[in-house]
Design a protein around this ligand. Structure first.
Ligand code: COA
Ligand code: ZN
Length: 300
């Protein structure tokens, strides 16, 4: 049997949060349902953040209510209030954001790195009681748009603290797409040697066209969990210079051709990609778009 790689589809959150066109809850549900049909094991369906800060993510509770509380759905939260809102909506998995950079933490959520860590510790404690899974995503792990290069030792410190506290998954995020495969190999190899690969994941943006190369690099040192975004959408309103995430279709194509099992149907994924383009009007599509459309277009 081929080896499994777990993809988390972040399109309905990272993909939509920075779009000029704000989708309605019904359109967001339509996108999630289309992604559901691909077989992807986890979908970040939205975020419980301030609607003033990120208008595109307003009404995530409505999206969740419409979808139902499937074990495959997770939602991003920035603080304890976000946890409470997600919990009230019945979400089974939350993704809490941590920071490798002080300025990015202030710009993104108006709190210090330490305050975000304290909130995360409390969220992990409550989530264990509530039976909610927690993913902690450390942002700006390679470079911060404000503070410049990130010291890998900072990321290693955050990872150790939260893996020790029993977070279910710890994701290393290249929020602005600045990492190169050499840096990814070195950091992820070090983390794998200290903690094992089981609970580690990676989140890459494709700003400098190294998204797929970075996935490969992490894969080589044992990482088997990756975030990716349908049609290469994505970007953070508080991280200037970042473009879209690495496209799910590019990552799945590479993994499938290398013999890994993602559980994802590429033809269904191309249909979801076409829908993402249609709904947003701006999705770039994956870098292998022409080849994928030729080979995996679903028969109508
Ligand atoms: N969801 C919804 N509303 C929230 C909230 C949450 N998670 N956390 C706080 N709020 C509300 C407060 O209740 C308050 O409401 P009020 O004005 O009606 O009283 C308002 O937001 C301001 O709260 P405050 O604690 O002063 O926070 P702030 O204005 O500094 O904003 C965040 C802090 C975290 C809410 C805001 O910066 C945010 O939502 N950031 C998310 C950024 C993001 O999603 N980035 C991309 C993904 S990493
Ligand atoms: Zn991102």
């Amino acid at each position: 049997m081929s080896e499994r790689v777990w993809i988390t589809e972040v399109g309905p959150r990272d993909g939509l949060q920075n779009q000029p066109k704000i989708l309605t809850p019904a359109e967001r549900v339509q996108l999630v349902r289309s992604l559901d049909r691909t077989g992807v094991p986890c979908i970040e369906v939205g975020s419980f953040v301030s609607p003033k800060a990120v208008p595109a993510m307003a009404n995530t509770d409505q999206v969740v209510a419409e979808l139902g509380n499937d074990e495959r759905y997770c939602a991003l939260i920035p603080n304890l209030k976000g946890y409470e809102l997600a919990r009230a909506a019945g979400v089974r998995w939350v993704t809490m954001v941590l920071y490798a950079s002080e300025t990015f933490s202030h710009r993104n959520v108006g709190m210090s790195k330490v305050a975000a860590e304290e909130a995360t510790a409390e969220i992990i404690r409550r989530a264990k009681e509530d039976g909610v899974g927690v993913i902690a995503t450390a942002s700006a792990c390679f470079e911060c748009p404000y503070d410049g290069a990130t010291d890998p030792a900072v990321v290693e410190g955050i990872a150790a603290r939260f893996l020790d506290q029993g977070v279910d998954v710890f994701v290393v995020a290249d929020t602005i797409g600045a990492a190169n495969p050499g840096q990814v190999k070195s950091l992820m190899q070090s983390l794998v040697s200290q903690h094992g690969a089981e609970r580690l994941g990676c989140h890459f943006h494709d700003t400098r066209a190294m998204g797929v190369a970075n996935v490969y690099s992490a894969l080589e040192v044992g990482i088997r969990r990756f975030d990716a975004c349908i049609a290469g959408l994505g970007g953070c309103p508080f991280a200037p210079g970042a473009t879209g995430n690495v496209a799910t279709e590019d990552v799945v194509m590479m993994l499938q051709q290398m013999g890994f099992d993602t559980g994802i149907d590429l033809a269904a994924l191309m249909s979801a990609s076409a829908l993402a383009e249609q709904l947003t009007g701006t999705a770039p599509g994956g870098r292998a778009r022409a080849w994928l459309e030729k080979n995996y277009r679903e028969s109508a």
